[in-house]
Write a protein that binds this ligand. Structure first.
Ligand code: GDP
Length: 368
């Protein structure tokens, strides 16, 4: 095509014709030929059962995806892996940011693998985390020794979302990891809010990392969190901090006496250690595995898992109902109208909710 810029009007400006493009630059490169083959459900399952961590990683990504097509495949993969799961010990590790979780998990993980063998997966529940902020790299460098250990698999938290959603994804990832032969699972969680409850609902042992502070450690720590703990460990018991840590441990032990005895029949223990200097790590894990012997003997291990399975069934129903409601086009188009009516006092919250639910239920009826 002749360029209009070459007309007499724009004298002095010459635009060359472009060279003709061949229809295909590399005749050997056929379109689509090198595209990755989509993995099927059985590809995933086979890879996972073989213990292939690359496939395991891809399957976890699928579980975490919000894409409906991915979710369908993910659910099938989980279902097929379910019979091979469960054969593990799951340990929740919680503590406020800065408590030393990553440093400790690095030391704990290496210790557990050396002392007890097997394979360890480290997962996380942190609804505030955003994958895009580079937490993958963060997690690799946070756990230096463990991340290069051949028997470990480390995954950062599913990216930000509702706590329920993030927790479900972590729980489903546990199933995949177990099917891939990981017989020790750590679930790390940030001890700042509801995440502990979610974490507690999927682990066999809940370990709370604390720091010695000003002498009134127990202030500011929610009662409920202490009640959940099967073990409390006070980190950074090194250097000048040893006395303070011992004091904090005594205070925790005294405080625990005031709590009702847990259903497990196990008395939560309080220990001090240093993750950074690797001091007292063995005692912490002797305690954790002593707990497992104890609850496997008295039947509580099974009981707790069954309770958790029941809890997750209801959680799953709740989540799916909620998603179905809020993702419905008509409902979402009416939500902000209803919200405004409530705010301007035209409708009470109860009536607005009832109207929306009525609309939803009649839509469901029609679609049957
Ligand atoms: P997280 O936020 O809970 O994951 O905590 P980190 O593992 O990132 O640790 C926070 C800070 O505490 C880092 O500067 C660590 O080096 C330091 N730290 C962790 N464990 C210990 C310990 O056992 N002793 C001492 N002195 N410092 C520690």
């Amino acid at each position: 095509m002749e360029h209009p810029e070459n007309s007499e009007e724009y004298k002095g400006l010459v635009v060359n014709r472009g060279v003709e493009q061949p229809s295909i630059v590399n005749p050997y490169l056929k379109r689509g030929k090198f595209r990755h083959r989509q993995m099927s459900v059985s590809d995933y399952v086979e890879g996972i059962l073989k213990g292939d961590v690359t496939v395991l990683g891809q399957a976890v990504t699928l579980v975490e995806s919000t894409h409906p097509a991915h979710q369908i495949v993910a659910q099938e993969v989980i279902e097929k892996c379910l019979p091979y799961s469960g054969n593990s010990v799951r340990i929740g590790i919680s503590g406020v940011p800065g408590a030393g979780k990553s440093t400790s998990i690095d030391a704990f993980g290496v210790h557990v693998l050396e002392e007890y063998g097997g394979k360890l997966a480290v997962l996380a529940i942190d609804p505030s985390s955003e994958r895009s902020k580079g937490s993958i790299l963060g997690d690799k460098t946070r756990m230096e020794k463990l991340s290069v250990h051949p028997d470990s698999f480390i995954r950062p938290s599913p990216s930000a979302g509702s706590l329920g959603g993030v927790a479900r994804k972590t729980r489903e990832s546990i199933i995949l990891c177990e099917a891939a032969g990981f017989d020790k699972i750590f679930v790390e969680t940030v001890g700042v809010g509801q995440s502990e409850t979610a974490c507690h609902s999927m682990v066999d042992f809940f370990l709370l990392i604390q720091l010695a502070g000003t002498g009134d450690e127990l202030q500011g720590i929610k009662r409920g969190i202490i009640e959940m703990a099967d073990g409390i460990v006070i980190n950074k018991c090194d250097g000048n901090n040893v006395d303070k840590c011992q004091l904090a441990a005594t205070q925790f032990r005294n405080a625990l006496h005031l709590f009702p005895a847990p259903d497990s029949g196990w008395t939560p223990q309080v220990l001090t250690y240093s993750g950074f200097y690797n001091l007292g790590v063995k005692a912490v894990w002797d305690m954790v595995f002593k707990y497992f012997d104890f609850v496997k003997n008295n039947g509580y291990f099974e009981l707790r898992r069954n309770e958790q399975a029941k809890y997750w069934m209801y959680e799953s129903i709740n989540e799916q109902l909620r998603n179905s409601f809020f993702q419905n086009d008509l409902i979402s188009s009416r939500l902000s109208i209803a919200e405004n009516m409530v705010l301007s006092g035209q409708k009470t919250s109860f009536v607005a909710a009832k109207d929306l639910l009525d609309t939803y239920f009649s839509l469901m009826k029609e679609s049957r």
